[in-house]
Each structure stands twice: as structure tokens, then as C-alpha cells.
Design a protein around this ligand. Sequence first.
Ligand code: DON
Length: 319
Amino acid sequence: MRKPPNNPYDISRLDLDDILGTINEEVRQRFGENRGEVADYIPALADVPRDRFGMALALLDGTVHEVGNARERFSIQSVSKVYTLTLALEAIGDALWKRVDREPSGDPFNSLIQLEHEKGIPRNPFMNAGAIVTADVVLSNYGDAEATLLEFMRARSGNPEVGADVELAKSERESGHRNVALANFIRSYGNLHNDVQDVLDFYFLQCSLRMDCVDLARSMQYLADGGRCGPSGQQVTSAEGATRINAMMMTAGTYDAAGDFAFHVGLPAKSGVSGAIVAVVPHVMGLCVWSPALDRKGNSLLGGYALHRFTRMTGLSVF
Ligand code: DON
């Protein structure tokens, strides 16, 4: 059996560039296997080439390690749910949990099924239903929610160019029938307080934000560092807040694959249908992988593989 290192958080023992290089080679060898599909239910996502892979690590001292297409931008999709959850919790604290539960769902990200039995209270803030309620809370509690979110993402990533993809948001508004159904269904239980269209517009905008792996790895750093954001120096949330958000990512960040992710990766993580997965090594780093082809549960296939290899090569799984 492999002997565990004395201090698993001491990453000075690791050659991170060498490890990223190996993962990059392994992933690229698997492009030809032709497994996984690019999300096509949002028309603008269907055109993204599948032979892309990027990975970035942002350490607490600000050092970044990157490989592959780590500077190619994509829409962050459901990864945005981590940031709107942070904003909602900062605004209303534990009152959020009266409107959204915090249990894993075991159902797909866009499922409606539990909502009727559970009186319009979504299972967790990372399923689309829960993210729509979270978006409603952000809308109710920040004067200009859109500007607040943009400013938040620019400060977290240290990149003043982070912006929305208006065309993509429009494409999703025109094809997002299921999200429209979810929002109206939740509204029928009184669990949306703003106009349904306004909530959906904000939700589609948050999904359309364009960032790259380096931006996202940096934007995860506050969750690795007790709520303190490296790029801005701000205390974004308390250490307790960061711990709780990490727990949510571990149990629900990859939807009905959260068990599989804990098993194979062992890090708090959040995926998006553009093929991004962000993850946190608590007290050590924020990270991001991106590869557009998805498994049947909507998580990046090779991104998940890369994270698996990463925790196994570094010993950094939290387990
Ligand atoms: O609402 C949607 O369906 C997309 N904008 C986001 C879903 C998503 O990213 C699910 N993640 N794997």
C-alpha cells in the first residue's frame, strides 16, 4: 500500500508543472475515443469543438500553474451557481435554507420531479431549480444584481474583462423551455418573489459569463482560503461560509454524479454544461479543468478524468 506523505498539504514536494504536463498528455490521447457529447440543448454550445482541454491551478500565494487550452474562454454555465450562492448567503444568511434545501438530489440537474412533493422547495442550490431560487434572492437583495455579479466575478478572478455573452444568453432564453417551466412551477408555490422573466434573464446571464480556466481557478481561491479572495484581498465570506459552500459542492456540485466524484476525485467541485469543472483543495488551491464533451449526467468526461488523475498523482483528495 502507498505510504501517505507526512503532511499532505505540503505541496512543495510536488512538481505541479510536470504533473499537469502528464495529465495533459493523457487527456489528449483520449480525445480519439470519441466518448461523450457536447451539450446541444443550448444551440450556441453545440458548435464548441470537442478536442479542447485546459487546466489551471491557483495556489494561495497567487502562483498559477496551467496547461493546454487554459486561456481559451467558454461560458461558465452552472459553475456560476457557486458565486450566486455566495452572494445569496451573504445577503440573507441561513434564511436561504428555508427556500432551498441542502441535500443531494440523486436526480439530473434540470429535473422537476421532486418539486411537487417538496412544495416548491428545491433540493439544493446547484440544481437548476435551486439556482433559480438563489437568483431570485440575489435579485431581491442587491440593487443592480447584474452589475453586482459582474463586479463580483471580476474581483474574484482579477480579470476586469469578464463579461456576459449576450448572444448565448439569448439563445438559451429562446430554447430554455425546461427552465421556464421550473421557474413557473416554483412561482406557483410562492417561492419566487420577482417577476419570472426577470429571474430567468438574470439566471441565463450568470450562465453566459465568459471566463477561462485561469480566471476560474483564481475565482475559486476564496473557497480554499477561509473565504479570503487572493486577487482582491477581500474577505468574501467567513471561514464558516467557505466550509459550508465547499460541503455543498461535495454533496451536490456534480448533481447525480456527486457520489461518483467523491469516489474518483474527492474534492468539492462544481460542473457546468460547457465542460468546465471547478474544484477546491481546502487550504491549498482553487482549480479548474475544461473539456467540452460531457458524460450522460452533464459533467465533462475528460475534465472528471483529469481531476481523478490529479488527486491520485498528488495525494490531494480530501479523503
Ligand atoms: O440552465 C441550464 O440548463 C444551463 N444554462 C446550465 C446547466 C448546467 O450547466 C448543468 N451543469 N452541468
